[in-house]
Structure formats: C-alpha cells, structure tokens
Design a protein around this ligand. Structure first.
Ligand code: ATP
Ligand code: MG
Length: 270
C-alpha cells in the first residue's frame, strides 16, 4: 500500500496540475484566436470570389448589351446625318439634329469602351519597330489636336535605330491613343506633349509626358479603376483599358504628376 500523501504533497501536485491546465488553456485560447482569424480571412476570400463572379457576369452582360446596342446606334447616327444634310445650318431644327448626332457619338464612345474593357483577349503579338509604329499613332493624335482646336506641340525623343518589341499593335495603339488624348484634354489652350521611346535592360520604355493641368494627388490611386473620371463627357474606362492591355503584355505602367504636368511611363518586356 502506498503511504498516504501528506496534505502538502497533495497541494503541490494540485498546483502543478493547475499550472499545466492554465498553460494549456492559454495555448487553446491562442489556437482559438488563430482559427477565428482564419475564419475571418476565409469569409473575406469567399466574399471576394463572389464579388469577382458577379463582376465577371456583369462584364459579360455589359459586353452583350453593348454589342446589341451598337447596330441600332449606327442606324440612328446615319439617319441623323442624312437628316442634317437636308437642313440648312440656319434652320432652328438643325440644332436638334446636331444634338442627336452628338448624343449618338457619346453613346458610341461608351459602347466601344465597354466592349474594349470587357473583351476576352488573346493578344496577337507581332515583332514591331516601336519608332515607326508610334509615329503612325502620332498622326492620329495630330488630328485630335486639330479637332480640339488647341495649340499642342508634340516633341519626339526617339532612338535613331529601330527598336523592336513583340506587341499587339492594335491593342497597344489603343493604349497610346488613350494616353495621348488624355494629355491633349489636360492641356488648356497650348502646351507640349513629349513622347519618348528608349531601350532599357530587358524592356522597352515608352513615356508620354504633358504640360497639362496635372492630377490631384488624391486621385492618383483611382486612375486605373473602371469608371473613375473627372470629365463631364468621360467614361472613365480609358485608363482601365490601358492597364488591362499593359497587364496582358506582362508590362508595367506608372504615373507621376505635378501641377506642371503629367507623365505616364510604360514598360514592355522584350
Ligand atoms: N494626362 C492627364 N492629365 C491630367 N489628368 C489625367 C491625365 N490622364 C488621366 N487623367 C485623369 O484621370 C481620369 C481618368 O482617365 P480615363 O482616361 O480613364 O478616363 P476619362 O479620360 O475621364 O474618360 P474617357 O477616357 O472615357 O474619355 C481623368 O478623368 C482625369 O481626371
Ligand atoms: Mg481618357
């Protein structure tokens, strides 16, 4: 038979057990907290997945609607232009027809931008000399400058030799035009846009810099978010499309802006 334990021994034993118990309950508490944090994270991830599902469904719907709207819109535009031809400019009715034509052209811009943003894209890359390619795009920009009736000079800072990269000409042209048009719109009456092309270590760099009114620092983080715009007639899809196409090229885009102007820098990997 064991000799019976003294009261003191029992107390020591009990306090050891209690210590172990309290250490374990601390560990359990920590585990519980970690589990709870994971549950919160999981819930957040689940919400993100749901949101991206909704967004992609919305995107698909927007693309379908935009596509369906395009043809009737084209019809309205053509008929309105025909009507305008038959009405002399001094006739008061002409003002209304011109408003219809203006409205149709804004709707067309929204539809094309929505389609460009939601389009499922496989890039069609070609080996392209960036200098010749940009030069052709600048011709479009010159037309835009004339349309806006502004005195904007385009300065070229190009390499003397061809600089080739694998790009989807058409989609990247959309990028360049969006940047150039934003620059033209940011310039009040007169200013300068500098376009620079150069070769870096393993990427080509294209910079579009303007002497426009600059971007409010608090807007910088929203620029590439779809539908962010400060313009009355803007869709806010221009830079979202730009970002999407640059991402598809596995490139990068960055922006710097002061009150003296804005500069967008694109990097396209070779
Ligand atoms: N070069 C720039 N100078 C000043 N602000 C700019 C410049 N580029 C973009 N922004 C700002 O970023 C916003 C978003 O540009 P984005 O091209 O996405 O849309 P938008 O130009 O407003 O509309 P849209 O492209 O449909 O005409 C603009 O409304 C403008 O406030
Ligand atoms: Mg724009």
């Amino acid at each position: 038979m064991h000799p019976s334990k003294s009261q003191e021994e029992l107390i020591v034993e009990l306090s050891t057990v209690m210590e172990r118990f309290s250490a374990q309950s601390v560990a359990l508490g920590e585990m519980y907290n970690a589990l709870e944090m994971q549950a919160v994270q999981l819930k957040k991830m689940q919400e993100e997945v749901n949101q991206s599902r909704v967004l992609s469904a919305l995107g698909e719907m927007a693309a379908t609607v935009a596509h369906e709207i395009r043809n009737p819109l084209g019809g309205i535009g053509s008929y309105a232009s025909l009507l305008a031809r038959g009405i002399p400019p001094e006739d008061p009715k002409r003002k209304y027809v011109d408003k219809i034509i203006g409205g149709v052209s804004s709707l067309n811009k929204i539809v094309s931008n929505l389609l460009a943003y939601t389009k499922k894209t496989n890039l069609q890359k070609q080996n392209t000399d960036l200098v010749t390619w940009v030069e052709a795009i600048l011709a479009h920009a010159e037309i835009e400058i004339e349309k806006e009736k502004k005195n904007v000079r385009i300065e070229r800072n190009f390499p003397s030799e061809p600089l080739c990269a694998e790009i989807d000409n058409e989609r990247l042209q959309q990028v360049m035009l969006n940047l150039l048009i934003n620059s033209i719109q940011a310039i009040e009456a007169e200013g300068k846009i500098t376009v620079c092309i150069r070769s870096r270590e393993n990427f080509a760099e294209i910079i579009v810099a303007d002497t426009g009114k600059g971007i409010d620092p608090e807007h910088l983080s929203s620029l590439f978010t779809p539908f962010f715009t400060t313009k009355e007639q803007g869709t806010g899809l221009g830079l979202a499309i730009v970002k999407k196409i640059i991402d598809l090229h596995e490139g990068k885009i960055s922006v710097e802006s002061t009150q003296a102007g804005t500069s967008f820098c694109i990097e396209i990997p070779f």
